[in-house]
Design a protein around this ligand. Structure first.
Ligand code: GLN
Length: 403
């Protein structure tokens, strides 16, 4: 036996798929681990450090107590699907059939990858605005699709908007384009796409027969009077849009893993098949709590957005005083910054220093770009934290010196 082992030892297989070598572990999740190692204030990963609404925690407890403890229907508990369909009507005027068009998944993360696996063939191209939420890169690789990136350009001043070049977007569309992934309100930039921008994207989707896959997880987190518009509400898009959303950000329960995809029946059938064999279903009692969450009154959402606005306006002046150039977010709960003033070699060196020496964890900008050089001057901070957490970070950031 020993002989056999030694004679083959030089030929050991690595056992790994080619796909996994094409992407790294999540930098966002890694920064949370770093924050724990160094005891730093975690402004890296986007999850709240404050309590979730009492009503929905109560609904979760009640569901467990009532023994909703076995598998829900694979594509989602009826109560939750009904609530999702109802609220898409209320919020966006989109009529949804909860029996045929909704798939509840383990978070919007699973909804996105299940959708891509359900629609992409090898060689299909998927258009993605860059900087992008880091999952979309690996999602494309895992589903065999080739990402085509289109730049979102930062504003020249603190109060301007991130924009894209219409011609560059058009150049990204061709006969191989299967889908465009659109995240609005956007992570990491805080951009909220306007109706005019969405119409432009719509026109390209129709012209090139392309599917829009929209990540609308920050739908209710809006500032400065901006409005969230679902792509599926635009004329011509209902039949070519998959709308992804979830409980995580709206109800502050990122660990519950309840998200969903809403799509026309034929696409939903495909998503449901993938979802079934990936995860079977999302946690059953938490789906019941999801139905309760979606029944909260309108005031809940106004308070949610206002709470995050207060946090944004607490963190941004602190960052600016410390030497960061801030790109003011209009939605979601992150602020992208330019860190040129500190004179570090790049964003990764800077965030390492920040977490180890200053005691604040943030996400290096390069993790939102295909080419690390494009994000080398940028760093993202999450402000979905208690005011005292933001104040603790502020105190530490005050120790930074410009070089
Ligand atoms: N969306 C969150 C962020 O960007 C984190 C999501 C996650 O880690 N799954 O920080």
């Amino acid at each position: 036996m020993a002989d056999i082992i030694s004679s083959f030892s030089n030929q050991t297989k690595q056992f790994l798929s080619d796909k996994v070598s094409q992407f790294t572990e999540s930098v966002i999740r890694e920064m949370t681990r770093q924050a724990m190692i160094y005891g730093a204030v975690n402004l890296a990963q986007g999850f709240p450090d404050f309590a979730a609404p009492a009503e929905i925690k109560q609904a979760a407890r009640a569901a467990i107590e009532a023994d909703v403890n076995q598998y829900a229907i694979t594509w989602g508990a009826k109560n939750l699907r009904d609530a999702i369909a109802r609220q898409m009507g209320v919020w966006q005027g989109i009529a949804v059939d909860p029996e045929k068009e909704v798939t509840v998944c383990c978070g919007s993360t699973e909804a996105m990858i299940s959708t891509l696996l359900a629609v992409c063939n090898a060689g299909d191209e998927v258009v993605i605005f860059e900087p992008f939420y880091e999952n979309y890169g690996p999602d494309a690789v895992l589903s065999g699709a080739r990402p085509r990136f289109v730049k979102l350009r930062p504003p020249a001043s603190d109060v301007g908007e991130w924009t894209f070049d219409e011609k560059e977007l058009r150049r990204a569309f061709d006969k191989n384009t299967k889908a465009i992934i659109l995240n609005t309100p956007n992570n990491p930039t805080g951009k909220v796409f306007t109706r005019a921008e969405l119409e432009l994207i719509r026109d390209l989707c129709v012209e090139f027969d392309v599917l829009a896959i929209t990540d609308e997880i920050y739908e209710h987190i809006l500032y400065d009077g901006t409005e969230h518009i679902s792509m599926a509400s635009l004329e011509g898009m209902r039949e070519r849009t998959v709308t992804i959303n979830g409980m995580s950000k709206t109800y502050g329960v990122t660990g519950w893993r309840v998200g969903w995809a809403v799509a026309p029946e034929n696409i939903t059938n495909a998503i449901r098949k993938v979802h079934d064999f990936l995860t079977v279903g999302a946690p059953a009692p938490l789906q019941e709590a999801g139905a309760a969450a979606l029944s909260l009154p309108a005031e809940y959402y106004a308070k949610l957005a206002e709470g995050y606005r207060v946090r944004r306006d607490r963190l941004m002046p602190t960052l600016q005083a410390a030497g960061f150039k801030c790109f003011r977010p209009r939605g979601a709960y992150y602020v992208m910054t330019d860190v040129s003033a500190f004179g570090f070699a790049d964003d990764v060196e800077f965030t390492k220093y920040l977490v180890r020496e200053i005691g604040v964890a943030a996400v290096p900008g390069s993790s939102f770009y295909r080419d690390a050089r494009d994000g080398a001057r940028q760093v993202r901070f999450a402000f979905c934290k208690k005011l005292e957490t933001l104040d603790a970070a502020a105190k530490k950031l005050g120790k930074l010196t410009r070089r």
